[in-house]
Design a protein around this ligand. Structure first.
Ligand SMILES: Cc1ncc(COP(=O)(O)O)c(C=O)c1O
Length: 396
């Protein structure tokens, strides 16, 4: 009954764990939810007001499929201001969230026979999205010792005549790793040699700690910029996950094709959310700074607590709001037969035993780890980590 294309697609594991945690909550169980990847802050008031005004002004009709010009112009300005990148409005499309923009881009850029390099650990949706374009995701493990970052040698070793693209995500979901300018420059040589298209997923651009500076590959050299598609959006930066606005910048021919696809499928992103996004990008940015400051505190706190638990190791994240500790010390205790995934049964055990929701690393391509999203209060972080420690102790 179902197509081959869709039969291979499983539901997003991050949304699945959240659904399970919420159903336990609904049964009255006190769950500490580290599962979901969304800021726990409210959308700032000025942004909400812009949306209310849009409704009152009757801005409630179809807009152009790829978004209104005023928003595209604000995005052009944002790229200039924040990244020193020059784009024209024809090189921008606004979609119903970053996920939608990526899905549409993959449909336009990749097809059967193409290979797309996906460094692992990766965001859960990249491989299925590549597969939905009938291309092949080539999963390239990156060493924990290198902060889970891709090196030029490893990249080169995985390129074949079929390789068409590479996906890079910095700061990363799930690891929080951030590429430096020189690390990107080293990758750039390989990318230019092989003329690979790059999808630069910058959705966590603003959530950076320790004074780290953000760079993407498009910024490095004009030749490279022609090959790079930059994905960004308002979900994470402005606590606007439910509003569903993401955007993409790159070669005008590709953006036009993405717009055609969008015009034949979803049409425009929500008109009201577009007005809200315009205010988010053009309006005051102080709420972002306050949120990042709080995330930095929580990251330090959670790292200290993780370090106290026997056997756990963790790469220090430079951005996003995730930590991705290595739990493999406990693996032969949770599953002595050594078969199949370990992180899945451990996540189940922690949910059942400790009432703490984490996402198993297997969904991100790294079975040794589990992901915490620390987009929850300081008090819940303390409770959750104490419960995990007690539950792991029971494993012995
Ligand atoms: C790495 C990464 N890229 C893109 C997205 C898409 O976000 P949205 O569709 O809310 O814009 C997410 C959301 O979880 C993400 O973690």
């Amino acid at each position: 009954m179902l197509t081959q294309r869709i039969s291979q697609i499983k539901p997003s594991p991050t949304l699945a764990i959240d659904a399970k945690a919420k159903s336990m909550l609904a049964q009255g169980i006190d769950i500490v939810n580290f599962g979901i990847g969304e800021p726990d802050f409210e959308t700032p008031e000025n942004i909400k007001e812009a949306a209310i005004k849009a409704i009152r002004d009757g801005f409630t009709r179809y807009t152009p499929a790829g978004g209104v010009l005023a928003l595209k112009e604000a995005i052009v300005e944002k790229f200039k201001r924040d990244n020193d990148l020059d784009y024209r409005p024809e090189e921008i499309i606004v979609s119903c969230g970053g996920k939608h923009a990526l899905y549409n881009l993959f449909q336009v850029l990749f097809e059967k026979g193409d290979e797309v390099i996906v460094p692992s650990p990766y965001w859960v949706s990249y491989p299925p999205m590549v597969m939905l374009a009938e291309a092949t995701p080539v999963i390239v493990p990156t060493p924990e010792a290198n902060g889970f970052k891709l090196t030029p040698e490893v990249l080169r070793a995985h390129i074949t005549p079929r390789t068409k693209g590479l996906i890079l995500n910095s700061p990363s979901n799930p690891t929080g790793s951030v590429y430096t300018r020189s690390e990107l420059a080293a990758l750039a040589e390989v990318i230019l040699d092989h003329k690979l298209f790059v999808v630069s997923d910058d959705i966590y651009e603003k959530i950076l700690f320790d004074g780290l500076e953000f760079f993407n590959l498009a910024q490095l050299d004009p030749e490279l910029k022609k090959l790079v598609f930059v994905l960004n959006g308002v979900s994470k930066t402005y606590a606007m996950t439910g509003w569903r606005i993401g955007y993409l910048a790159g070669d005008a021919r590709v953006i036009k094709a993405v717009t055609n696809l969008q015009s034949q499928s979803t049409s425009n992103p929500c008109s009201i959310a577009q007005k809200a996004a315009l205010e988010a990008i053009n309006g005051p940015q102080d709420a972002v700074a306050a949120m990042v400051q709080e995330f930095a505190w929580r990251r330090d706190d959670i790292l200290t607590r993780v370090a106290r638990i026997p056997g756990l190791k963790c790469v220090k994240p430079g951005g996003a709001f995730y930590v991705f500790p290595n739990f493999s010390y406990y693996y032969n205790k949770i599953k002595p037969d050594g078969q199949g995934s370990y992180s899945d049964p451990l996540a189940d055990f922690l949910l059942e035993e400790a009432h703490v929701a984490l996402v198993a690393g297997i969904g991100f391509g790294e079975d040794a780890c589990l992901r915490f999203s620390y987009a929850t209060s300081r008090e819940r972080i303390a409770t959750g980590l104490a419960r995990i420690e007690a539950a792991l102790q029971k494993l012995g």
